[in-house]
Design a protein. Sequence first.
Length: 505
Amino acid sequence: MDLLLLQKILLALFAAVTMAILVSKIRGKRLKLPPGPFPFPIFGSWLQIGNNLDHHILADYAKKYGDVLLLKMGQLNVVAVSSKEHAKEVLLTQGVEFGSRSRNIVFDIFTGKGQDMIFTEYGDHWRKMRRIVTVPFFTNKVVQQYRREWEAEAAAVVEDVRKNPIAATEGIVLRRRLQLMVYNNIYKIMFDKTFESEEDPLFVKVKETNGDRSKLGQNLKYNFGDFIPILRPFLRGYLKICKEVTKRRLNLYKNSFLDNRKKPSSTEGMNNNSSKCALDHFLEAGLKGEINEANILYIVENMNIAAIETTIWALEWAVAELINNPEVQTKLRAEIDTVLGPGVQVTEADTHKLPYLQAVIKETLRLRTIVPCLLPHMNLNEAKLGGYDIPAQSRVLVNAWRLANDPAHWKRPEEFRPERFMEEESKVEANGNDLKYIPFGVGRRSCPGIVIAMPVLGITLGRLVQNFELLPPPGQSKIDTTENTGQFAMRILKHSTVVLKPRST
Ligand code: HEM
């Protein structure tokens, strides 16, 4: 082919593509998009905002552009919602339309592109998974079945801390011991398994590999891979590590738990006298052909993070707030001593009789909203919100932290003041009965784990406060509460050392 002909063909191609774009622009429906910062071609607002898209940045943009705003982050449309009315639309009124999840390149790896439950699209698969998980995990019957174990685990924490003289003098990183407790609480339900000590080799392994997953997943720096896909090659090494960690974790769950539980002859097998655990329920669903082995492993993967890490972070924040607000701690201790009598250890049933304990937990989850923008919602099809058109497959972030800390709705929101939940906000519950306070979300995709998290937090914090005076370490007047915000979670940056002075009982 001569050069002139090639040139003519290329020119014709270019003209055809340009015409096609122009015609589609003219013919195409004009969308009424939510307001937002000016988007540059290709990059959108990524150049101004960068990768660290978090609840603080979204709250700042909301002040400028309003309660429904659009950030064009490269090819991804991010819609931020910051008012009760619009949160209600997304989570309740249009809960089906906005009930899918927006994943990202890393969570695609962790969840096998939505073969799990938490990051899957709204539809039959999600409904089935949620039903299968609900029976063994998320009912009041389960709470009544396991509450004694949770009480015993909290008692073991108290005993271990009392035995350790350093706890009362230099202090200890309490998080480490609480971590073992929370693993035991959840693993008992999931696998009918608990670990003896922090040194248990299997505990060390699961803790490490879950920790790796958490670090890789929470990192905000990989966001550009979703915003500007042509830059993905720069993440090749990162994604390779994500794949390796996922493989390691799924193999660990399979080899150390799932295969054991499958063996009929095994002492841990599902056909013997050991109590039926959640994994047995999942395996039964597998035998009925409702789900496959990959689905089971991904449910286990989900629970290792959603159930365990959130609860540990909540405990860590609560302990820090109790130390930094000693008058709250004293008042809580006085409530427990008065209602139960000195030395009578808090049980799950007692937590319902202790309104100030409940208020301390609620206030912790308000000020320190653990999942500040909920998990990302997504509309599969084009939708309407607040009079705007929301393009299909937008990442919809409901800024629950902003709602819970908005001075328009809360008196002096920056203060840690549990009394608010006994006074002006006494009707506001953690279950989302008022959209300004949704630490567990509300509606179809809300957190089913609230039924476990609230009693576990109550028993643990109650027992800690009634048995110890919680103090900052020597030479420090406060615990450092600098935030560490990740993809989905707001954690405390430093795992602080805490002094626990035993009270005489
Ligand atoms: C989802 C918060 C503990 C299991 C969520 C969501 C939030 C949340 C905000 C997303 C809601 C939405 O996107 O609309 C919390 C907090 C916890 C906690 C603050 C502790 C303090 C737990 C526990 C479990 C659990 C203990 C399990 C035992 C789940 C599951 C989902 C979820 C399975 C996904 C629901 C779905 O997509 O259908 N959680 N959670 N969470 N949480 Fe929790």
